[in-house]
Design a protein around this ligand. Structure first.
Ligand SMILES: Cc1cc2nc3c(=O)[nH]c(=O)nc-3n(C[C@H](O)[C@H](O)[C@H](O)COP(=O)(O)OP(=O)(O)OC[C@H]3O[C@@H](n4cnc5c(N)ncnc54)[C@H](O)[C@@H]3O)c2cc1C
Length: 452
């Protein structure tokens, strides 16, 4: 291709797009990022910013022994076999380098999370901003793009791809606040996330999740995936997603899962538990929706104080989202829950946590439970955070077309690409899988796009 406006166009300024842009720029390419919203960030800014990595310098400094093989084994144990295992291996193998690259080459502030491991990990391997706010991560990535003279242009929706003879040669920008224009490029990296915000696509591709509220960013409307399909691409791990069983109601913030890992439980309005909460926040979403709303997380003061290390939970406490009740009877009366049922549920759980009997749901990990009085209670709703099904890609993020041959000039990362959370459902999600596919694959695809 001769006349290009820019070497690489990136569609979407979330974690995946910003990382891809930085990597392409590091490799000497001219890059522009188009973002349809009025600010960068996407889902990544709403997340806790936790990225898993095996063998990073931060882990070594903390004395954590880890390896890509162990990371792959951990994630596959949670997800079961799936259609994207080669990409998973590539992501695990490059994950330590990813964290070092972000922190050392691009001044992204991350530390190793040692308060919790969360779902799927057998060692401390999540790396996150100190605040546990994804917005801090995207702010750092935007600052790094600015330092590298990469244009991140907001209010600029990409409306279609420029395609000639099956090769992608650029994008069309058009929208209410921008003149329609064509941008020609050697490579296009789709980083526009999945389809969580598109009810019609949820109905088509993920009917299991219909009726569950979506709590991610509104830009995730799935057009990137549709463009890839139109060019002969296909979906992989199509019906996998990340759910979250405990979004604080009505606040809409993430109710820290540390409350559960340290010994809390979830009950419904009948006073019953709904399953083994230790399957994790995503897997428990499918259990909780079978109960009778409203739903509540119960823990105690010690657990509340531990979870308050996470600023979003501390804010929820400040806003009155965690209430204290002296006894189960007080709690039941205040919330209109049948007292006998709640007392029986608690008695069974406390006995199991003390090691005196088996847990009715076979839970084995009780944190610091049995719970102590007073009880801390938060109302929660289950939600979808993002979809994990997406376009099949190779280990460099090239979108695979007919006969599994790469479509020339087209890359996909993050929620546009197939995830690594199993083939189907919410159970296979391990903490950090979303950002691993976004930022990890973004960096790999950004480099590869330079030689496309
Ligand atoms: C509350 C919450 C907490 C989470 N916590 C974690 C966590 O700690 N760790 C983890 O790994 N994952 C987490 N996730 C999931 C994670 O946020 C996503 O998997 C990840 O952010 C996806 O990154 P992305 O770059 O693919 O998409 P995004 O960050 O959503 O970026 C995509 C961008 O593309 C833009 N866009 C879309 N279409 C177009 C278009 N046509 N033209 C131009 N721009 C477009 C969007 O507006 C958006 O800004 C969480 C999700 C939520 C909702």
């Amino acid at each position: 291709m001769n006349d290009v406006d820019v070497d690489v166009v990136v569609v979407g300024a979330g974690g995946g797009g910003l990382a891809a842009a930085l990597a392409a720029s590091d490799a000497g390419a001219s890059v522009v990022v188009f973002e349809k919203s009025d600010s960068p960030g996407g889902n990544t800014a709403l997340s806790t910013g936790s990225i898993p990595a095996a063998g990073s310098k931060l882990q070594k400094a903390a004395g954590v022994q880890d390896s890509p093989e162990r990371m792959v084994a951990d994630l596959l144990r949670q997800s079961g076999p799936h259609e994207n295992e080669e990409v998973l291996r590539q992501l695990a193998e490059s994950s330590a380098e990813l964290i070092d690259w972000l922190t050392e080459s691009h001044n992204v502030s991350l530390s190793l999370v040692t308060d919790y491991k969360h779902v799927g990990h057998t060692v401390h391997r999540l790396h996150a901003p100190e605040s546990r706010r994804g917005a801090d991560l995207t702010d750092d990535l935007v600052a790094a793009c600015r330092a590298a003279n990469i244009d991140v242009i907001t209010n600029s929706p990409v409306s279609s791809l420029l395609v000639e003879d099956g090769c992608v040669e650029g994008v069309v920008i058009s929208g209410e606040r921008v003149e329609t224009q064509q941008i020609r490029a050697r490579a296009v990296i789709l980083a526009s996330n999945g389809f969580g915000a598109n009810p019609a696509l949820i109905r088509t591709w993920l009917p299991e999740a219909m009726g569950t509220e979506y709590f991610g960013a509104h830009g995730s409307t799935g057009e990137g995936i549709e463009w890839g399909l139109e060019l002969g691409g296909h979906l992989a791990n199509a019906t996998a997603y990340q759910g979250y069983a405990a979004v604080a109601y009505p606040h809409g913030s993430i109710l820290s899962w540390t409350t559960i890992e340290m010994g809390g439980i979830i009950i419904d309005s009948t006073g019953n538990r709904l399953g083994d909460e230790s399957v994790g926040y995503s897997g428990f979403t499918t259990r909780i929706i079978k109960g009778v709303a409203p739903f509540y997380v119960l823990c105690d003061e010690r657990i509340r104080d531990l979870a308050c290390r996470e600023s979003e939970y501390a804010e929820l406490v400040d806003m009155g989202g965690v209430r204290s009740y002296a006894s189960a009877a007080d709690l039941a009366e205040a919330l209109g829950i049948p007292v006998h049922s709640l007392e029986r549920t608690l008695a069974e759980y406390q006995s199991a946590a003390a090691g005196d009997s088996a847990d009715p749901f076979q839970r084995r990990d009780f944190g610091i439970a049995p719970l102590q009085s007073p009880l801390m209670v938060s109302r929660v709703v289950p939600g979808i955070f993002h979809t994990q099904g997406g376009l099949a890609v190779d280990t460099e993020g090239r979108v695979l077309g007919a006969g599994d041959r790469p479509i020339q000039g087209l890359f996909a990362v993050g929620g546009v690409a197939a995830g690594v959370s199993g083939a189907t459902g919410a159970d296979g999600y391990s903490s950090g899988n979303g950002l691993l596919s976004a930022i990890g694959l973004g960096r790999i695809a950004g480099r590869a796009a330079v030689s496309a």
